[in-house]
Design a binder for this molecule. Structure first.
Ligand SMILES: *[C@@H]1O[C@H](CO)[C@@H](O)[C@H](O)[C@H]1NC(C)=O
Ligand SMILES: *[C@@H]1O[C@H](CO)[C@@H](O)[C@H](O)[C@H]1NC(C)=O
Ligand SMILES: *[C@@H]1O[C@H](CO)[C@@H](O)[C@H](O)[C@H]1NC(C)=O
Ligand SMILES: *[C@@H]1O[C@H](CO)[C@@H](O)[C@H](O)[C@H]1NC(C)=O
Ligand SMILES: *[C@@H]1O[C@H](CO)[C@@H](O)[C@H](O)[C@H]1NC(C)=O
Ligand SMILES: *[C@@H]1O[C@H](CO)[C@@H](O)[C@H](O)[C@H]1NC(C)=O
Ligand SMILES: *[C@@H]1O[C@H](CO)[C@@H](O)[C@H](O)[C@H]1NC(C)=O
Ligand SMILES: *[C@@H]1O[C@H](CO)[C@@H](O)[C@H](O)[C@H]1NC(C)=O
Ligand SMILES: *[C@@H]1O[C@H](CO)[C@@H](O)[C@H](O)[C@H]1NC(C)=O
Length: 570
């Protein structure tokens, strides 16, 4: 991999220098069956999901991770294709030609290597592994303009990271609106769980969908809100008028199933339910929780909930529903984003009715979201009180989003990490950079808005954050009590309209980390900020040759194309 700068950590050096074989090798370096090699103190099974060999649910995974010595390797290609997920053909930018793309699967503690080949003709690309901690591997975070230049057409980029957490997530392109034109897939990290189940059915993606590309709906005049989406998909499929097919899952009576629900929408807040069934929720994002039961799950963009459903109802057919909440997300097919659970071979459509719900875009209540591994928040070292606003840019007339008065605007060809490598410290105001210097310090971030809009904030990759308070009114007038004793810990939370969200994170991972609204339109229109954490230690983590090679290839592509950066770079 060429010249490396001095690396303080042997493990990291080993990761970067490990010579990965080409595409002819088998998928895995060693033939180790996933989930099958816990020989030590206990074996994870349908009747004991809490154990994991020498580790278990009470292991503090921020400190301790199984040393499996196993590497899982994937070769994935981003292509421009035509698909008809609901029977209506349109251009889809897909990973290996499918929507959703292939699932990246590993066991807790494995090393994951992903080779991205960009076979598009006229877009850059990247893979961001949502919520993955990237422990001392910031350059593998996959955010163009922040941790790398975009991967140019024809170029290949290799991401390497350790699965220090376990549970469910997704990976997606972080280039422009590409994720919402189809460039995404699941991440499944096997580990213990807080309740027992028989069968893991894997991911269940819920999303909004239009019959034209997301990129063609950008830039719009956001004064009257984001563009209305035509419909939605459940795990990449749905019915539109008389075409397409519903997602179907067969249940065997008496069996319990785990589903990993992920909201991959560009804009839509969903309520998810299965008629006549109660769900047991066992994880939020990458964090196992004390199980709780519900009939309706509220899900903002990029949030995940792992659920267990018992096949305990009378034999029959039941609708599964993903219902856009029109309070914050307009959709032309609100009652038609459906899937089917079948207990029998009948092919009839279900006739069941949905649970009653109140249309709203509120997160599940904080009191329901109790992390199993109980951790408390230390007293604050740094406080950032950031107001989010929206308004027309005086020069262009376009609507942009602002954090503390500044709409983020980065340059694809000059990522923050490259600037740190070059020793630059005077960042521009439009880079929206906040610095966290001290290891072990706690940063409290108060986000507030007086606009009536719904905003979903996420903190990409390096940190699960702690949700200390969430509510309506200004932070000063509401003066909420901050929950610092085992608060919900996750990587996406809602900032309510005319409200506030208070989060905290521990400085424990040097890097340049993007935090942003996960509504695609907002992400592209400036509703983002960056934390530069422990600046002095970042330089030693950078693989300079990969950085300059990717940027060089990107620059040569740009110089030959008429492509202009029309968004904020992420
Ligand atoms: C993070 O990386 C450092 C350096 O390799 C290592 O010492 C530490 O154990 C890692 N943390 C986790 C949770 O794996
Ligand atoms: C994806 O496609 C590539 C060829 O472009 C192939 O080598 C690889 O095995 C495929 N990966 C998966 C997970 O399907
Ligand atoms: C995808 O293909 C269409 C039609 O061939 C083309 O217009 C479009 O620019 C391509 N998009 C990308 C990102 O390559
Ligand atoms: C990506 O490609 C689409 C065509 O598929 C084009 O409309 C869009 O402008 C391109 N976006 C960027 C940011 O390159
Ligand atoms: C949804 O699609 C993903 C990716 O193809 C697959 O791994 C998963 O099993 C599917 N979910 C269900 C419930 O079938
Ligand atoms: C589903 O629940 C409703 C309301 O309790 C009940 O009327 C209906 O019979 C149930 N449907 C089936 C198929 O069990
Ligand atoms: C599902 O079945 C298990 C095992 O019988 C039981 O403990 C659990 O309460 C059931 N869950 C629901 C939501 O009924
Ligand atoms: C636009 O100009 C007005 C009047 O000078 C000013 O108050 C406002 O802050 C400007 N807006 C932006 C987004 O710069
Ligand atoms: C990184 O590599 C580039 C290209 O080889 C070189 O020009 C630059 O000086 C290097 N930067 C550092 C900080 O080593």
């Amino acid at each position: 991999m060429g010249m490396l700068r001095s690396l303080p950590l042997l493990t990291l050096q080993a990761l970067l220098l490990f010579p990965f074989p080409g595409n002819t090798s088998p998928q895995y370096h060693r033939s180790v069956e996933l989930n099958q090699r816990q020989t030590a103190s206990c074996t994870n099974s349908a009747t004991d999901r809490s154990c994991w060999g020498d580790y278990d649910l009470s292991t503090n995974y921020y400190d301790t991770v199984p040393d499996t010595g196993v590497t899982r390797e994937y070769w994935l290609e981003v292509t421009n294709t035509t698909l008809a997920p609901d029977g209506v053909e349109r251009i889809v930018l897909a990973i290996n030609g499918t929507l959703p793309g292939p699932t990246i699967e590993a066991d807790w503690g494995d090393t994951v290597v992903v080779h991205l080949t960009n076979s598009l003709t006229n877009n850059g690309s990247s893979f961001h592994f949502h919520g993955v901690r990237q422990n001392l591997t910031v350059q593998n975070d996959g955010v163009p303009s922040v941790t790398q230049c975009p991967v140019g057409p024809g170029d290949t980029y290799t991401y390497t990271w350790r699965a220090t957490q376990y549970g469910s997530s997704w990976y997606h392109s972080h280039y422009s609106l590409q994720a919402w034109d189809g460039v995404f897939g699941g991440i499944k990290i096997n580990g213990p769980a807080t309740a027992n189940y028989d069968t893991d059915l894997g991911h269940l993606f819920i999303q909004d969908w239009s019959h034209v590309t997301a990129s063609s709906q950008f830039i719009f005049d956001e004064t009257s809100g984001p563009p209305t989406q035509d419909t939605g998909l459940i795990n990449g499929t749905n019915v539109w008028e008389t075409s397409g097919a519903y997602f179907e899952q067969t249940f065997v009576s008496g069996t319990s199933y785990r589903l990993r629900i992920v909201n991959v929408a560009i804009d839509t807040f969903f309520k998810f339910s299965i008629d006549n069934h109660t769900m047991t929720v066992i994880a939020m994002d990458f964090v196992p929780i004390e199980p709780f039961e519900t009939t309706i799950l509220s899900m903002g963009n990029a949030q995940r909930y792992d659920i267990i459903v018992n096949a305990s109802e009378p034999v029959g057919n039941y609708w599964m529903r993903a219902i856009p909440q029109v309070t914050c997300s307009a959709n032309d097919n609100v009652d038609g984003i459906l899937g089917i659970i079948r207990y029998e071979t009948s092919t009839a459509d279900p006739t069941t009715s949905g649970y009653a719900y109140a249309d709203s875009c509120d997160d599940m209540p904080m009191s329901s979201l109790v992390p199993y591994l109980a951790l408390n928040v230390g007293s604050e070292t740094i406080e950032e009180d950031l107001e989010v606003t929206v308004g027309a840019d005086n020069a262009t007339g376009f609507i942009y989003w602002y954090v503390a008065g500044s709409s983020m605007d980065l340059d694809w060809s000059n990522p923050t990490l490259l600037q740190v490598e070059d020793g630059i410290t005077g960042f521009g105001a439009e880079e929206n950079i906040y610095e966290v210097t001290e290891a072990g310090s706690w940063t409290y971030v108060i986000l507030e808005q007086t606009t009536g809009r719904r905003i979903r904030f996420i903190f990409t990759v390096s940190h699960d954050y702690y949700v200390l308070a969430q509510g309506t009114g200004t932070y000063a007038s509401a003066a909420p009590t901050l929950q610092t004793t085992n608060p919900p810990r996750r990587d996406v939370a809602m900032l309510p309209p005319e409200g506030y969200l208070v989060i905290a994170f521990l400085s424990d991972n040097p890097g340049t980390w993007l935090m942003h609204c996960h509504i695609g339109w907002h992400q592209s229109l400036g509703l983002d900020l960056q934390f530069v954490e422990q600046y002095d230690l970042i330089g030693g983590l950078i693989d300079n040759s990969t950085m300059s090679e990717t940027c060089g290839n990107w620059e040569s592509y740009l110089s030959l194309s008429d492509l202009k950066q029309d968004d904020d770079g992420v």
